[in-house]
Design a protein around this ligand. Structure first.
Ligand SMILES: Cc1ncc(COP(=O)(O)O)c(C=O)c1O
Length: 434
């Protein structure tokens, strides 16, 4: 995919190109499966799926169905009907597994992301006198930073000593893969765990999860990822890469609603190991859970880390949304995503070309293999003014302090024409004529 020929095309011809792309888009029918937020009766250009994905139209029906079960069966809803609530997590496992590249029993929807991060750490952070340090990237999402910092303290370590953070080089926005790998190599003898995001929330950078895992595990170090910004955004192969654990949320690219259920991956190789864990009754062997006996017997696989009675309404929405991914296919979505985000990059390059200077800097890597849907933009001094101008034009991205605009075309519901319109709005802002 090379879109460079679009750089100098007159605006009207670019528009024609975008409309043709939408016409030829094999995934175009999926846009109609979502509610597009509106202003004055017009759909907004929603480029904020990195924060909160749009509502699938199927969500309401899915909730209605469970409300009906509750209404007609009461507590027996847990056991009665073809789709009893007791096994509800199972209805999501197959589709989730395809999204993150796992076996169905390696994944389970449960809890919330930060909760799951602590749960996974309870099992996978196994410090010894020599090896107690953890390697991560600097500036990861605050909740992850707080979880790691407090978890280390909780286990009796000083984060200032036990936490190794790999930062971008001076003057660069993103961490070089070779620096990350070199840091793992350098600290291997003292590391218990490598734990980072898979796709950085601020810069949009995708880390080389496969190489990180291979190298760390060569040295006997366990590896976990926070995939909040990766799940449903980029295809992954967690099982084949041998990743030990991963967690994610479902309210971004997985479109499962605000505060939707989180997900967990635990590699098959750990299913029969007697890892320490923090348990609750919902992780207990399902067939015997209601015997209410003493002594915890976990379910096989990731489901054995469940804690509490699941929120069925949240799971119902999640399931309805996952069905869309099942139908569209994560690889097909990725194909479109690379082009859509590539087109947004061109639209930005056109501005810089017209201005003769770099009006908009991209923090996100240029290489499609190192990014997903999101582009993070930096505009000297007038970043917030530009963001407000885009919002006024009905273009919804998000602003992240201190100076970042995140714009995220999502292949399930965004169009090439919308990206062309973003280009028009940028041209208008700097008052270039078309
Ligand atoms: C990378 C990352 N980690 C953690 C979180 C926190 O997730 P939760 O509030 O669901 O625990 C977020 C939320 O946006 C996130 O983007």
């Amino acid at each position: 995919m090379n879109l460079q020929h679009l750089l100098l095309l007159p605006s009207q011809e670019l528009c024609t190109w975008a409309l043709e792309k939408d016409q030829q888009d094999p995934l175009r029918r999926f846009r109609d499966r979502f509610y597009l937020p509106q202003r004055s009766g017009e759909p907004l250009i929603y480029l904020c799926g990195n924060s909160l994905g749009l509502q699938p139209k199927a969500a309401r029906k899915a909730i209605d169905q469970e409300l009906t079960t509750w209404q007609t069966h009461g507590v027996e809803g847990w056991f009665e009907g073809e789709e009893s609530w007791l096994s509800y997590h199972r209805y999501c496992q197959q589709s989730l597994a395809k999204i993150v590249g796992a076996l169905p029993e390696e994944v389970c929807p449960m809890n919330h992301l930060t909760v799951n991060l602590h749960l996974m750490w309870a099992s996978f952070y196994q410090p010894t006198a020599q090896r107690y340090k953890v390697l991560t990237v600097s500036g990861d999402f605050p909740s992850d930073q707080y979880a790691i910092e407090t978890h280390l303290k909780f286990r009796g370590y000083d984060p200032a000593d036990a936490l190794i953070e790999v930062a971008p080089r001076e003057g660069e926005f993103t961490v070089r893969s070779e620096d990350l790998l070199q840091a793992i190599e350098q600290h291997a003898h003292e590391l218990a765990l490598v734990c980072t995001s898979g796709l950085h929330y601020y810069t949009g950078q995708v880390y080389d999860m496969k190489s990180i895992t291979t190298l760390a595990q060569k040295h006997g170090i366990l590896v976990g990822f926070d995939l909040a910004h990766a799940a449903g955004n980029i295809p992954m192969q967690l099982h084949d890469w041998g990743v030990d654990f991963a967690v994610w949320c479902s309210y971004k690219y997985l479109n499962s609603g605000p505060g939707g259920v989180s997900g967990v991956f635990v590699h098959e190789k750990h299913h029969n190991a007697s890892l320490p864990r923090l348990a609750g009754w919902w992780g207990y062997e399902e067939a015997r859970r209601f015997e209410m006996t003493k002594g915890f017997v976990p379910m096989q696989g990731a489901a054995g880390w469940q804690l509490s009675t699941p929120n069925i309404m949240a799971l119902a929405v999640h399931r309805a949304s996952l069905a869309i991914f099942e139908e569209a296919g994560i690889e097909n979505l990725r194909r479109k995503s690379e082009e859509l985000t590539g087109f947004l990059e061109i639209v930005i390059q056109r501005i810089n070309h017209r201005a003769g200077i770099e009006k908009i800097k991209l923090m996100t890597p240029i290489s499609p293999s190192q990014r997903g849907c999101q582009l993070s933009l930096l505009v000297d001094r007038e970043g917030k003014a530009l963001f407000d101008a885009l919002t006024a034009k009905g273009i919804i991205g998000d602003w992240r302090e201190p100076n970042c605009i995140r714009l995220t075309p999502v292949p399930l519901y965004n169009t090439f024409e919308e990206i062309w319109k973003v280009g028009q709005a940028l041209e208008n802002y700097w008052q270039f004529s078309s």
